[in-house]
Design a protein around this ligand. Structure first.
Ligand code: SAH
Ligand code: SF4
Length: 404
């Protein structure tokens, strides 16, 4: 066997070509069985095992003949996600998990526990990733900083949920909500995300109600429209961050492709079609998007809409010149929205966990970029945001790979 020269990195493992079983449609499984002269009722047996929390391999499914168990293992992976690290924070209320995929790509999920409060029952919400890295490149986001690696497969998305469900079952609890707010832009991997949502929502598969599934987007307008056309009442979250195009061009670079008016029009149509309130996420960055002018622009933009704004203090991310807005500024921002009848929630602690947890562990594992590159990046952001605050639109093109 050839040996690597000293200091050379080991080559990344090849991606496993076998599809993950949780991403296979029940009808496709029936067809796979039929091609082997096996009866369709086996599909139901296999399906039941896949969605049970105490089964972790085809070999555990003892109701199936050994030859079929072997055949399944040769054709499909029972699990596509390997847990490599779990980190607790918030006194155990937040569990960040780092997962390795078959080709070595790393993605994160975050499980958040919300104890019962008054009439509100306890909730267990999982924040999942849809891509390894992200092409959109929002400068305040740890995932954006990593750049784009690849789209996740359907099963790689669903298996993050199966893992969390298994963990919860061990503690006698159930997963209540899934949010696509982890790494990646879900609407730029829409076919796989829709297939994953379908598996999660289907009563014969994972069986989570559509209302308990939230898809968050930085504003991929054709994707929002496809989601709306599907019909079910998924919750849509739009990462707005700024109500002025010049500033949003910098904070969410795909704004250069789909500007605010188009994004908000698509979100309004979604609210009208589904009856579900749209939530707008705004990461509050000190001195950048938290001014009175910004609050008034957002109030005017959303006045009268069936919408809710979440204000999330920016979690510090290396390599940006920015920090979170101070609490008094966020209060003043929320008060201006309230005057216009726009409801807002300030997510002081958990919001930071939700918004910024994803991508940070993976960024840490990716290692530190060279100091010169960090300095250049900071200088560019200072320059770009100064232009934006003067109201000048960006002349940069939309990021590559963003064509929805
Ligand atoms: N790509 C999608 C979904 C994943 S990002 C989107 O952008 O909507 C999920 C949320 O985390 C987004 O609202 C994003 O703006 C927020 N976020 C990213 N980095 C953050 C940070 N440093 N502090 C607070 N929120 C952050
Ligand atoms: Fe991508 Fe969302 Fe991060 Fe922007 S905030 S870089 S869209 S993951």
């Amino acid at each position: 066997m050839a040996t690597l020269p000293a200091g050379a990195a080991a080559p990344a493992p090849l991606r496993d070509a076998r599809p993950g079983i949780s991403g296979v449609l029940p009808d496709d499984l029936v067809a796979w069985l039929a091609a082997r002269d096996l009866p369709p009722y086996r599909a139901r047996q296999i399906g039941d095992a896949v969605w049970r929390d105490d089964v972790v391999a085809f070999d555990d499914v003892r109701t199936l003949p050994a030859s079929l168990r072997d055949g399944l293992a040769a054709a499909f992976r029972f699990d596509t996600v390997e847990d490599t690290e779990t980190r607790l924070s918030d006194g155990g209320l937040t569990e960040k998990g780092l997962h390795r995929l078959s080709d070595g790509a790393l993605v994160e999920s975050v499980l958040m526990h919300y104890p019962a409060r008054g009439a509100q029952r306890e909730r267990h919400t999982l924040c999942i990733s849809s891509q390894a890295g992200c092409a959109v490149g929002c400068p305040f986001c740890a995932t954006g900083e990593l750049g784009f690696t690849r789209d996740l497969e359907t099963a790689e998305i669903v298996d993050q949920v199966r893992h969390a469900a298994r963990r919860l079952t061990r503690d006698g609890k159930r997963l209540t909500n899934v949010v696509f707010m982890g790494m990646g832009e879900p609407l730029l991997n829409l076919d796989r995300v829709l297939a994953a949502v379908d598996a999660l929502n289907d009563p014969d598969r994972f069986g989570l109600g559509a209302r308990h599934i939230t898809v968050s987007t930085s504003g991929v307008v054709p994707g929002i429209r496809r989601l709306t056309a599907l019909g079910p009442q998924f919750t849509l979250a739009v990462s707005l961050h700024a109500a002025r195009d010049a500033l949003r061009d910098v904070l969410v670079p795909l704004n250069r492709r789909w500007p605010i008016a188009e994004v908000v029009a698509a979100a309004r149509d979604h609210a009208a079609a589904t009856g579900r309130r749209v939530s707008y996420e705004t990461t509050m960055i000190g001195g950048i998007n938290d001014t009175e002018t910004d609050a008034r622009a957002m109030a005017e933009l959303l006045r009268g809409d069936h919408a809710h704004v979440n204000l999330i203090p920016m979690n510090p991310v290396a390599h940006t010149p920015w920090t979170a807005s101070d609490p008094a500024t966020i209060d003043a921002f929320a008060a201006i929205l309230a005057e216009a009848g726009v409801t807002a929630t300030i997510r002081r602690n958990r919001g930071q966990e939700i918004g910024a947890a994803c991508g940070q562990l993976a960024a840490e594992r990716a290692g530190e970029p060279a100091p010169a590159a960090v300095a250049r990046r900071r200088a560019r952001l200072v320059d770009e945001s100064a232009h934006a605050l003067r109201g000048e639109r960006s002349r940069e093109p939309a990021p590559a790979g963003v064509d929805g």
